[in-house]
Design a protein around this ligand. Structure first.
Ligand code: ADE
Length: 225
C-alpha cells in the first residue's frame, strides 16, 4: 500500500512511521509513506499557501491553488483509491473504516491547518473526510498518523502473528479481554485459573465472556450496533 501525505509540517510526521510496527511494514516493503511539503506548490516566493477568509473572521484558510497543483502533480504518478481530508467535521474514524481502507492500494491524505482548507478543494478533489474524534487538533498531521497506524498494522504480513489483529478490540464490535503475563501471582493478585490451565476451548470461551462483560460495562453502545 502507498500512502502520500500533503502537509505544511512534514517534520511532525518523521517519527510516527519510523519505529516499531510501522517501521517493520515499511522495511518489508508492504507500506510506503511519503510526505509532500505543500510549500513546494506555494503561490509566491514568500512560500504562501494560506490567506484571509472571505467574509472576514479570525484565522487563515489554506488556498486552493497550492493544494490543487499538489494533488494534480501527485495524481500524474498514481491513481488514488481515496483522497482523504483529515478534519474534525469528517466522518468519525473507527475500526471498520480502518479495515476498509487497509484493502486499498493508493491513498492520499491531506492535512489541514489554520481554519481549514478552501471548500472548493473538498468539493472537487476530496473523496472522504475523516475525523479521529470530537476535539480539535492544531492540524491534521497527528490525525493522519493515527489513521496510517491503524490501517498499516492491518495490511497482511505486517503483524508477526497474523491472527493477532483479529483479536484486537473492535474487530468484532467487542472490546478485547484482559491479558496477563508472568508472574502468575503479582502481589497476591492471581492470574485466572482457566488461563493457567490453558485448555484452548475453555480459554476461548472465557475470553469471549470477558470481552462481552467489558463491552457491556464500558461501551454498551457497541452492543447496540
Ligand atoms: N484536524 C483537526 N482536528 C481533527 C480531528 N479531530 N480529526 C481529524 N483531523 C483533525
Amino acid at each position: 500500500m502507498n500512502i502520500d501525505i500533503i502537509t505544511v509540517v512534514p517534520e511532525l510526521l518523521d517519527s510516527p512511521f519510523s519505529h516499531s510496527i510501522m517501521k517493520r511494514a515499511r522495511d518489508k516493503g508492504l507500506l510506503t509513506v511519503q510526505m509532500h511539503n505543500l510549500r513546494k506548490w506555494a503561490i509566491n516566493k514568500h512560500m504562501q499557501v494560506d490567506d484571509y477568509q472571505f467574509g472576514g473572521g479570525a484565522g487563515m484558510v489554506m488556498m486552493p491553488e497550492p493544494l490543487a497543483n499538489a494533488i494534480d502533480e501527485l495524481q500524474q504518478e498514481k491513481k488514488y483509491d481515496e483522497i482523504i481530508f483529515l478534519t474534525p467535521d469528517g466522518e468519525r474514524f473507527n475500526q471498520k473504516a480502518a479495515n476498509q481502507l487497509s484493502l486499498k492500494e493508493n491513498i492520499l491524505l491531506i492535512c489541514g491547518h489554520y481554519k481549514g482548507i478552501d471548500e472548493r478543494i473538498r468539493k472537487q478533489y476530496v473523496t472522504k473526510e475523516i475525523s479521529i474524534g470530537d476535539y480539535v487538533l492544531s492540524g491534521g498531521e497527528l490525525a493522519a498518523a493515527v489513521v496510517v497506524d491503524a490501517i498499516g498494522r492491518l495490511i497482511p504480513g505486517v503483524l508477526n502473528d497474523e491472527t493477532s489483529a483479529l483479536f484486537d478490540s473492535f474487530q468484532d464490535n467487542l472490546l478485547a479481554p484482559p491479558v496477563y503475563t508472568r508472574p502468575a501471582d503479582f502481589r497476591g493478585d492471581k492470574v485466572p485459573d482457566i488461563l493457567i490451565q490453558g485448555d484452548p476451548k475453555k480459554v476461548e470461551e472465557w475470553r469471549h465472556e470477558q470481552s462481552l462483560l467489558r463491552t457491556r460495562e464500558r461501551r454498551p453502545d457497541l452492543l447496540d450496533d
